[in-house]
Design a protein around this ligand. Structure first.
Ligand SMILES: [Zn+2]
Length: 194
């Protein structure tokens, strides 16, 4: 990747050169890593160096990468690993898991109208059932008694009305009798010719 700087030959040190004294008390030279621009340009294929330069505070001010395939500037410092939940694979698996858990809950909610909890069943004792039935029956009997009272009060005048006496008369002599049978007997005896 090519980096282009405003300045002619800047240097950006990623790992400084150093000298340490090892266990055998010998001086060891630690090779550093740095980007050295020549004639405004620096070329590298080292991913570590590319990352270092793209995240350098001077990037975009002192120098840029002018190549179109330059990756989007990584905000995260390269030495901090990406958390597992940020990787696509883990995120996808979490979403699938959440979906699997959500579907039965939604289906349950659609069929019963309740999302998670089953309808609570009240525990009733036999004595309570008997008492409840007795209360209902007493109430019903009271209602029936009241209804009978109301109905009989309404019908009372009709019942007390004197029934019109059915009268039985002989069609020939207009004699009065208590029944039709007696009228028949009378007709045979008094008016045999008819
Ligand atoms: Zn008669």
């Amino acid at each position: 990747m090519r980096f282009v700087s405003k300045r002619l030959e800047p240097r950006y040190v990623m790992i400084p050169e150093d000298r340490i004294i090892d266990e055998q008390r010998r001086v060891q030279r630690i090779k550093g890593k740095k980007a050295e621009f020549h004639n405004h340009q620096y070329f590298t294929d080292d991913p570590e160096m590319i990352d270092f330069l793209l995240n350098h505070q001077a990037y975009g001010i002192e120098f840029v990468s002018d190549q179109p395939e330059a990756p989007v500037k990584n905000v995260r410092p390269p030495d901090i690993p990406v958390p597992a939940w940020e990787t696509d694979d883990v995120l996808r698996k979490e979403m699938e898991k959440a979906k699997k858990e959500a579907v039965p809950m939604i289906q349950g909610a659609m069929s019963t109208g309740q999302a998670t909890q089953p309808p609570q069943v009240a525990v009733v004792t036999k004595e309570q059932v008997v008492q409840l039935i007795e209360e209902k029956m007493t109430s019903l009997n009271d209602k029936l008694d009241n209804l009978i009272l109301v109905l009989s009060a309404e019908k009372a005048p009709a019942i007390e009305k004197p029934k019109p006496k059915k009268e039985f008369h002989c069609p020939i002599c207009r004699a009065e009798f208590r029944s039709g049978v007696e009228v028949g007997k009378h007709k045979k005896q008094a008016h045999p010719s008819n």
